[in-house]
Every structure is written in structure tokens, then in C-alpha cells.
Design a binder for this molecule. Sequence first.
Ligand code: A2H
Length: 253
Amino acid sequence: EGVQPQEYTLIKMEVVSPFPEKFKVLEGKKVYLAAATLRPETMYGQTNAWVKPDGNYGAFEINETEVFVVAHRAALNLAYQNHSRVPQKPNCLLELTGQDLIGLPLKSPLSLNEIIYALPMLSILMDKGTGVVTSVPSDAPDDYMALHDLKSKPAFREKFGVRDEWVLPFEVLPIINIEEFGNKCAETVCLQMKIKSQNEKEKLAEAKKLTYLKGFTDGTMIVGEFSGKKVQEVKPLIKRKLLEAGQAIIYSE
Ligand code: A2H
């Protein structure tokens, strides 16, 4: 971890009811997978959420009505940031693993896909953000390769009980245009760099650097209410809208 605190936008991805058996104790509450992102302006292009299959998560009471599914460490940070029903103390209603979350149908803010599913990503760090990541394969190389792996490897899907219909219908959606890389910059860069899978950590770090910087400095929105405007200009506006609509909160660590 760096010296400076990192500020994330936590996107509230609502678990669609009726809940599966394991989650029945939460029925009647608003339950969200809360995903930490640095790119709130990309939320239009969400195709799924990522969780770590063997990661430990919990369903934590945030207030009277809302429950967040996050890693335990994130729940403690949230409690110290005024996001716990019991001040400064996380209150876990249900212990969960990432495997329990796989296949949950979610409604996520701004997403062009009305329903998306929680899917496995092996490289998720449980000590960064919430341990839940929202997937935007058009603009995030990690997301692009992880989705590509799931789509192209039936055995990988089977290993984690992932149904075809949670993955195969979801296409990479063009949401931001970058002159140099076109409108699916993560796909372009992964192909250019001949990245084969989500396990190519070093190449992916390189691809991430390239696309992250360019997306911010040269990107133009091509969907949504700010279509035609520069990413630099609209990023804070989109973030503020999400916060004001109660669809996201600020989280620091
Ligand atoms: B970003 P930084 Cl479109 N494990 O959101 C692995 N990755 C995680 C994570 C965790 N526990 N928590 C968050 N992240 C991802 C969108 C996005 C992101 C786009 C493009 C680039 C990008 C959609 N996924 O990040 O280490 C989240 O993915 C590139 C930097 O704190 C989060 O933002 O710099 C980003 O990593 C935070 O990474």
C-alpha cells in the first residue's frame, strides 16, 4: 500500500430477489455486492461482476435497510467510515465464500445490460478494495482477459459451476473512444500485445497502464447522457450523479 490513501467509488450492484437458499436470511433487505472502482465513467459497459471463488466474504449491515457483501477487511474500513449499522463495528449477518456468490443476478447502476452475473476471477486481491470488482471488458485489460478465458474455456466454467447463459450472451460493449485504440481499447491492446490469458500478470500490468492513462487523457464518451464529451470532463460529473442517486458511496483505504 502507498502512503497516500486511495479513494474509490463503491458501486452498489443490487442482488435481484428472490435470493437463493443460502441468502434467505437476508430476504426483505436491500443486498448489494459493492465493487470498488477508479473508473465510474465506465459503468455503462459492465458485463458481469468478479469475485474470488475461495475468498471469504460477509454480508454486512450498512444501515437499517441495506446490506453490503464485501471482504471482512473492507467491512471494518467501511465501519470506520460511517457505513455500519453499529457505529465503528462491522455486523456480519452471513458468512460467504466467493463460490457462494457466483451466478448471483445483479442490477448495476448505468449498466447497458439490465442484469449481469457474478463470475470467478482468480487474480482478485482480497486485501484491496472490497474483493468485489465490476467488469468492464471494453476498457479494463484484466476484465477483458478474464471474460475471454471464461468464454473460450468450457472446462473453466464447469470448474466453478458457471452456466453458459451467465457468460456467453455478454459482448464487449463500446463505451469510450480513444483515437489511438478505437472503442474497445482493452481488447485492442490485449490483441496487440498477444496476451493469452488472465495469468499473464506482467503483460496485463503494462496493458493496464497504457489504457488507463489514454482513457483518461484522450477518451471520449460514446454512450449515455454525456456522449460526445471528454472522459476527463465527465468523470467527476458521473461520479457525483451516482453518489447523489444513492447508487454509490466513497470508500478510502
Ligand atoms: B477498475 P488500483 Cl474500466 N483485486 O474498475 C483486483 N482488482 C481490483 C480489486 C481487487 N480487490 N479492486 C478493484 N480492482 C480493480 C473498472 C476499471 C478499472 C477500468 C479500467 C481500469 C481499472 C472496471 N473494472 O483499473 O490498484 C478495479 O478495476 C485500473 C487501475 O487501486 C479498480 O478500478 O489502482 C482498480 O482495480 C483499482 O486498482
